[in-house]
Write a protein that binds this ligand. Sequence first.
Ligand SMILES: [Ca+2]
Length: 133
Amino acid sequence: MIKLLSVAIFATLFLESHQRIPIGPTDPVVKLVCWTDWFDRDNPSGSGDWELLKDLRKENPGKICEYPLHIKVVTTDTMTPAISTGQTFYIFNPTQGFVCRNKDQRKDMCRDYKIRFGCPCRLVEPCGVVGCP
Ligand SMILES: [Ca+2]
């Protein structure tokens, strides 16, 4: 009986300790994403809506991290996700940014989009919130 009880206790402890172990990519710390402001530098009235990362970087120095991991694109008027508009996109990734060309659309021109980037979170304060050592 005592043996059975100790096995049960051991199993409980083992399972509990296992649940607390961070396992690589699923560790919540690794997953933290900080989003930039929304950027809308162009309108689709010319050849399309050009929201390229290199241009946005130039126009917003220090606002976008060096290696964005994610990109979010929505229409400026209704905040509709780009993928739900049915439009065709020329560039749509976190390393280049976003471009919708009018000539790629079946009908009408591109809608006006705004974009933002997901970056790894980091402390902006030089010594963090706890102060300098
Ligand atoms: Ca735009």
